[in-house]
Every structure is written in structure tokens, then in C-alpha cells.
Design a protein around this ligand. Structure first.
Ligand code: ATP
Length: 296
């Protein structure tokens, strides 16, 4: 009886997964720019972690296509449990840093190390398990809100899902809909605003509880109350996690351990918010511009 039940249940899950994968997962992988797999080295072991690890980019150079370098000799460290923020113009290579951390591609020169281990030497699956991303534009599956949140940790209980939703401040909104957590979302269901979608992504990440976090800040403008609320929620998610923030608004980066100002694949300036303001360079100009934009 048990023997029969498990395969049937498994087939049901598999069917659902395949059905999903034909539509939503494809879209997600395209969005995440996952074009080709990198292979594990024979005998690769899982990444060994005890709590949040340090993440090091050690003289990393990378190109998607030969003769078009995208990252040029990038070195920085996110100490264990700290936040490093990256700012810079569109196309300067910020998202590429995140893609390399996920090992969607291998670096061509230098190395990326997590807790001292070169990520090319460990299994890709273990690297991805250790990372959580709150992306710019969260892809929701055509399924229930509960499924979308639990995607962060398959098998999570309803109580765990609700706890994550509460922490991401989306519970009250979900509870106010007629079908609650069973409400369908996505293309064929309830349409969520940008801020609500990001909250679902935050809840998903809270459930996954990864030691390393990448937050790709939305470029699309949220209203400022919503933006401040999301920032506060993210700050609490990022506590004690090793975090890379790809920031479009400088207000997000003020408290970062280090801010990297990128331009054309290189680090133009680096330092804390106070140091960068004092050096009166590109960051200080960007800050002055954003401040005048916010007050005008
Ligand atoms: P934005 O702020 O607009 O998101 P970004 O700083 O994150 O920009 P990246 O997405 O890292 O920039 O892109 C850096 C450069 O790499 C761009 O010139 C882009 O065209 C190029 N690029 C990105 N993905 C690929 C790819 N899959 N194949 C080839 N070139 C790519």
C-alpha cells in the first residue's frame, strides 16, 4: 500500500513540476540568463559551510563572448554576515557579478571563493542551495500564493509559510483575499503589484533561509512609502547573512560595509558611504543628483 502510494504521489508531483517547467520555469531561466550549464569537476564535494561564509572575488575577469570583456580584474570581499553594495550605470556588469556567484558561468581569470573554497571545485547544486536571490522582477508561478512562497523550501508547512509571509509583511494582504493562501496568482490569477511580488520573493527567501543573499533592487519605481518598507524588510532578512546588493537607489546602500562603484566592468571607486562622499568623486556626484531629485 505504502509502496503504491509513494510512486503515485511522486508522479503527481512530477506531473505538476513538468507542467510548470514547460511554462514558468523556462521563463524564469531565460530571465536569469541561464543559457548554459557549467559542469561539476569529477568528484566535486559539496560546499562546506558553517553559518554565513565570506565571499571573495579574487582578480576576476569574465566575458560572455570572446573579445568583449565584461568584468576586468574585479577584487572584493564580502566578510561573513556583512553587506556589500554595487552601484553603477546600466551595463557596467553588476548583475554579472550575481550570475557568477550562482555559477551560471565560470570566470575566465581569477576565482570566486565562498568560505575559502573555489566555487569551481565544489558542486554547483550546493552553491545554489547556499544562495538566495530577491530578483528585480520576481517571476510568480501560475499557482497559489502558498505554492509560490513554499517554492523557497518545498515541503514547508502552512504555519511556516504564514510565518514567512508575516515577516515579509504580505500576510495581511493575502488573508484579505477571499481564498487566502489558496488564491491563484500570476498570469491567470490575481495580479500583484511590483511591491507585493517582491514581498512574495522576500517570504520565499525567508523560508529558504540561505546563508548568502543577493538582492537585485527593482529599477521600477515603487512609491516611497512602499520602498522604505521593502528596504526595512530586506535589512531584517539580510541580518547575519553575507549579502550582495545591486542597488539602483543610493538610499539602500548607506549602511553597507563597502560600496563598489562600477563602470565598464571595473571598480572605479570603493569605500563606505562616508568615505565616498568625502572623496568627492563619482559616488558623491550620484548622491547629490539623487538627493536633488528626491527634493525637487
Ligand atoms: P543593469 O543595471 O541595466 O541591470 P548591469 O550593470 O547589471 O546593468 P549586466 O547585466 O551585468 O549589467 O551586463 C553587463 C554587460 O554584459 C552588458 O553590456 C550586457 O549587454 C552584457 N551581457 C549581459 N548578459 C549577457 C549575455 N548573456 N550574453 C552576452 N552579453 C551579455
Amino acid at each position: 500500500m505504502i509502496q503504491l502510494y509513494i510512486p503515485l504521489n511522486f508522479l503527481g508531483v512530477l506531473y505538476r513540476e513538468i507542467k510548470q517547467s514547460l511554462t514558468d520555469l523556462d521563463k524564469m531561466f531565460v530571465l536569469m540568463d541561464r543559457e548554459r550549464e557549467v559542469a561539476d569537476t569529477p568528484g566535486a564535494q559539496p560546499l562546506a559551510l558553517q553559518g554565513a561564509p565570506s565571499v571573495v572575488f579574487d582578480h576576476v575577469s569574465f566575458a560572455y563572448e570572446a573579445n568583449r570583456p565584461i568584468l576586468k580584474d574585479i577584487s572584493f570581499e564580502i566578510p561573513a554576515g556583512k553587506t556589500v553594495a554595487v552601484v553603477g550605470p546600466s551595463g557596467s556588469g553588476k548583475s554579472t557579478l550575481a550570475r557568477l556567484m550562482f555559477r551560471f558561468y565560470d570566470v575566465q581569470q581569477g576565482a570566486i571563493r565562498m568560505a575559502g573554497q573555489d566555487i569551481r571545485a565544489v558542486t554547483q547544486a550546493s552553491v545554489r542551495r547556499a544562495l538566495g536571490i530577491v530578483p528585480q522582477d520576481t517571476v510568480l508561478f501560475n499557482d497559489t500564493v502558498a505554492y509560490n512562497i513554499a517554492y523557497g523550501r518545498p515541503g514547508a508547512s502552512q504555519a511556516e509559510i504564514e510565518e514567512a509571509a508575516r515577516a515579509a509583511r504580505i500576510h495581511d494582504f493575502i488573508a484579505s483575499t477571499p481564498q487566502g493562501y489558496q488564491t491563484s496568482v500570476g498570469e491567470r490569477g490575481l495580479k500583484l503589484s511590483g511591491g507585493e511580488k517582491q514581498r512574495v520573493a522576500i517570504a520565499r527567501t525567508l523560508l529558504k533561509d540561505p546563508p548568502i543573499l543577493v538582492f537585485d533592487e527593482a529599477t521600477s519605481a515603487l512609491d516611497s512609502a512602499n520602498e522604505r518598507a521593502i528596504q526595512a524588510e530586506l535589512a531584517s532578512v539580510a541580518q547575519n547573512k553575507t549579502t550582495l546588493v545591486i542597488a539602483h537607489r543610493l538610499s539602500t546602500v548607506v549602511d553597507a560595509h563597502e560600496i563598489l562603484v562600477m563602470e565598464a566592468g571595473q571598480i572605479l571607486e570603493r569605500g563606505t558611504h562616508a568615505q565616498l562622499l568625502a572623496s568627492q568623486g563619482r559616488y558623491a556626484q550620484m548622491w547629490a543628483l539623487q538627493q536633488s531629485g528626491e527634493t525637487s
